[in-house]
Write a protein that binds this ligand. Structure first.
Ligand code: MN
Ligand code: MN
Length: 469
């Protein structure tokens, strides 16, 4: 019998709960790391706020805007900001850049409610804002939760007004009002996805009329505009040149009696953005040039000039070549062909409330470490970039050598759904790419759940990847 036990230990792939592998001091590191992470996601709830916060962190750690550097040498730390919504940071390595970069790419946009161009209206003496949701949301989850308002408004004289209402203790919040159950028998018969429609996601923003003048209509709307005008100097037309996002106003917090989990908005994909950024801060005089890329627009298909499909990333890499070895035709393609990339994006964590959705042998489990995903895509693997076995082998050996807790998974049973990341866009450039991120329960909801153990392992995994020679 003893022999069978030994043989099993030798041959089976173990599925250890990560917490069981930690010493008390390691556990402390895990908890301390998440404390800072929770602070970050509470302070950075939009891609613009992320870029601002990340720039602060980078500058505090000696990174310099690449536009202020004419040439770059080994050990230099630089960053580039694209239109306030997308940022790249790099530590220059000693090896010729044409031999490739070690790149980790995450995204900093998250699902939310954006305002339509003409949002403000009044109905039966209540003022509301029309929204157009951004990213894949289950709409019924976004009613009757506190929402905060974030973003920018560009005025007639090209002034940029920055707005953040609903995060401070004394700020008001906003909400989308659902129907009371007493009157919801018809709504209750509808399919879950139809019970609240996109056009139902109207945000309640006020109820006091401007004055008692009988002849004036839409007095509540007028009062709201007057308040906004007094505070920000804006008029109704200024909404057309704005990017206003309503996001959950709830604070991210530790979850559970044991405080092992993090609950909070925007963890897809700020958990990978934060861990890949903080891992880069530990890179000193590397051999390979290490790059952290944080993209916008992933949740709506990576299009646009701040999304991964944009050529701005290549522009940035060309700048690196230019300011080190001197760029020339074909050099960027050569560097990209030789680059290794982790597409750092979250995946679905097993949710015990819905066991039938999962194929239990091939799921990501909370508390089992970072998830390595060879391919995403739909039932046929359609749309997946599908990493080569050789590259998966490289990653797996790197993680094993460095005691990184990792797991390999898909996302749900074949055909139940699909998800995608920026992996295929980067693979198109000729690099080796694999998805590698933190499992999340209730992804894309206003209150997503992750494990502090997995977050810490993502940080460690990204660190060894950047530093690998
Ligand atoms: Mn994502
Ligand atoms: Mn997502």
């Amino acid at each position: 019998m003893e022999k069978a036990k030994e043989l099993k230990e030798k041959l089976f792939k173990d599925k250890k709960n990560g917490w069981e592998t930690l010493s008390d001091s390691e556990k402390q590191n895990v908890f301390n790391f998440s404390k800072e992470y929770i602070k970050f996601i509470n302070e950075a709830k939009t891609e613009r706020e992320c870029v601002k916060k990340i720039t602060e962190i980078l500058e505090k750690n000696g990174f310099i805007n690449i536009e202020n550097k004419d040439s770059l040498k080994t050990g230099d730390k630089i960053y580039y900001i694209n239109r306030y919504k997308n940022v790249y940071a790099a530590v220059i390595g000693s090896e010729d850049l044409k031999n490739g970069f070690n790149i980790i790419g995450a995204h900093i946009d998250s699902p939310r409610l954006d305002l339509k161009p003409n949002p403000l209206y009044e109905s039966e003496e209540l003022a509301l804002l029309k929204t157009h949701y951004y990213g894949g949301i289950k709409k019924y989850q976004w009613v009757n939760i506190p929402l905060s308002m974030h973003g920018v408004i560009i005025t007639k004289d090209n002034k940029k007004i920055e707005i953040n209402i609903g995060e401070s203790e004394n700020d008001p919040v906003f909400t989308v009002a659902d129907l009371l159950p007493h009157l919801a028998s018809e709504q209750g018969k509808k399919k879950l996805n139809d019970a609240i429609t996109g056009e139902d996601l109207n945000i309640l923003v006020g109820s006091i009329p401007y004055d008692t003048d009988e002849d004036i209509t839409e007095k509540v709307k007028l009062n709201i505009l007057n308040i906004l005008n007094k505070k920000y100097g804006i008029i109704e037309r200024d909404f057309v040149s704005s990017e206003i996002e309503f996001v959950p106003a709830m604070k991210a917090k530790s979850l559970g009696f044991d405080e092992s989990l993090v609950a909070g908005y925007g963890q897809d994909d700020r958990v990978c953005a934060y861990t890949s950024l903080t891992a880069l801060l530990t890179v000193v005089n590397p051999k390979k040039t290490a790059i952290c890329l944080l993209a916008d627009k992933e949740e709506i298909g990576s299009m646009g000039n701040t999304g991964m499909s944009s050529r701005i990333f290549e522009y940035f890499l060309a700048q690196l070549l230019d300011k080190t070895v001197g760029n020339k035709p074909g050099l960027l393609d050569e560097a990209l062909k030789s680059s290794k990339i982790l597409s750092a994006d979250v995946t679905a964590g097993y949710n015990p409330n819905f066991p039938s959705i999962y194929e239990k042998n091939n799921e990501s489990y909370i508390g089992h470490g970072i998830s390595v995903i060879k391919y995403t895509g739909s039932a046929s693997k359609g749309g997946a970039s599908d990493a080569n076995a050789e590259f998966v082998g490289y990653i797996r050996n790197l993680f094993e050598k460095n005691n990184i807790a990792y797991q390999n998974s898909e996302m749900g049973k074949i055909g139940v759904g699909a998800g995608g990341t920026i992996a295929y866009i980067l693979a198109d450039k000729g690099s080796d790419v694999i998805d590698c991120g933190v499992p999340v329960i209730s992804m894309h909801s206003p209150y997503e759940i992750t494990s502090k153990f997995d977050i810490y392992n993502a940080y460690k995994a990204y660190e060894v990847f950047y530093k690998d020679e």
